[in-house]
Every structure is written in C-alpha cells, then in structure tokens.
Design a protein around this ligand. Sequence first.
Ligand code: PEP
Ligand code: MN
Length: 271
Amino acid sequence: MYELARRTSGADTVVNVAGVTIGDDFVVIAGPCAIEDEMQIESAARGVAHHGARLLRGGAYKPRTSPYSFQGLGDRGVELIAAASRRSGLPAVVEALAVEQLPVLAEHVGMIQIGARNMQNFALIQAAARTGLPLLLKRGPAATLDELLYAAEYALLEGNPHVVLCERGVRGFDAHTRNLLDLAGALRLKELTHLPVIVDPSHATGRRSLIAPLVAAAAACGLDGAMVEVHPEPARARSDAEQALDLDAFAELMERLAAIRPPKVASSACR
Ligand code: PEP
Ligand code: MN
C-alpha cells in the first residue's frame, strides 16, 4: 500500500511552489509546450500572467516521439524561462528527462515536472525529490491510478512531501482525441490520496477547441487545477501546435473559469 500518499483522516496536502499554493484554490499553469526563443517565452509569460495564470510552464528538454523532431533548447531554455519567470512573477514548471538535468533545474525553476513517459522512472523521481523542490508527477498514458500513487510514494519516501499529481489522458482507441482525459480517474484519485490533483487537457485531447470546456469541467468537479499549453503564435509553434491556445483564447478560458469558480484572490495583474 502507498502508506504516505494514501488519504487518511488528516488534512489534504497543499503544495507551495515559490509562494503559489496548489490544493486550496483552482490553479492554472500555462505556457508553451516548448521554450523556443526569448521573445516567445517572454510574451507567453507576460500574457498568461496578465490573464490570471499562477505558474508558467515551458519545456526545455522535450520528450519527443521522433528523434528528428525539435528536442528543446536544453539548459539555455531553462535560463530563458527563469528570466521570463522573474519578469512575470510566475514561478516556472519545467520537465526533467534525466538526472543530469536536475542541478540546473533546481537552481532556476520553482517546480520540476516528471512527464508521463517517465512516471515509472523511479531513479529520476527519487533524485528529483531529493532536490527538495515541489514535483508535478504526470500519469503515464497506460498507468493505473495505483501505479501513479506508488510512483508518488517514491518521492514521498525521499522526504519530499510536495507532490502534485496530473491526469494528462490515457491511451484510447479513437484518433479524434489524442488521449482520453480520465476525469473520473482524477476524481477517484482525490478519494484515494491527500495530494493535489490537476488535469492537462492539452495533452489529453490534442485539440485546442476542447481545452477550455475541460478546464471548466475540472474546476466544476472540484479538482485542484489545470495545465494548459499557450503560445503567442500557435501557427509557428515548434511542437504541439494543434493544441496550443493563443493569448485571446486563453483570456476567454480564464473568464469562463471565473464564472464557475471565482478566484479567492485576484492576481496582481488583474487587480
Ligand atoms: C509536457 O507537459 O510537456 C508533456 C510532454 O506532457 P506529457 O508528459 O503528459 O506527455
Ligand atoms: Mn506539449
């Protein structure tokens, strides 16, 4: 049994990412799939901060299916998102693909993401946990909820309690959506664990038209947040262009969300 991750009679965990809490109010994490250049990440950061995102995402080391696809800017990408993070005031969330990337991430970002493909890379999870930074652990595309919770347990056993779980879609049989967003599974996770649970409808659906309604659904059913891909010019995105929202669409998403779940504290940019 996942003794540390399982729900008990105690309070739910609230994870603090450089001053932004996840687990007490619905939090939106937004930004491009990949950091591409200084202008792109600066403009994404400024835009999503203005519309109420609380954390900035961006991939520097990209886990691409094809080795011929854009692999990310690597360490340089981390430096660029760290600068955008300082200017926008949004802590950065960046994925680690390998243990060697952890020192640079630990120096520059607020939260380390363990991607779906690495959900059972236990050595990476343990090393990431030992940085002491909060972790965003994504569910593998064919992982059961118990397997996800056991993966989280590896981090908790390292003495790092700051773990957020992310449902990002599981493999389905219909090509109309990239994956199946398992909302019921995400809700079931909330019954099983005290850790915060968020969703990623961008990677779950692969379609920009479906993202806002699913973020709204996640908020309406009591989940803890959502991660969405936003690009200042989606047509030019070097990865996951079809699922990238532009800043206007992101603004609409945030308005729709406020109608369902008014933010407890308006972000400074919206005051
Ligand atoms: C990502 O969030 O950049 C990503 C690659 O997602 P996933 O690991 O869920 O496929
Ligand atoms: Mn992506």
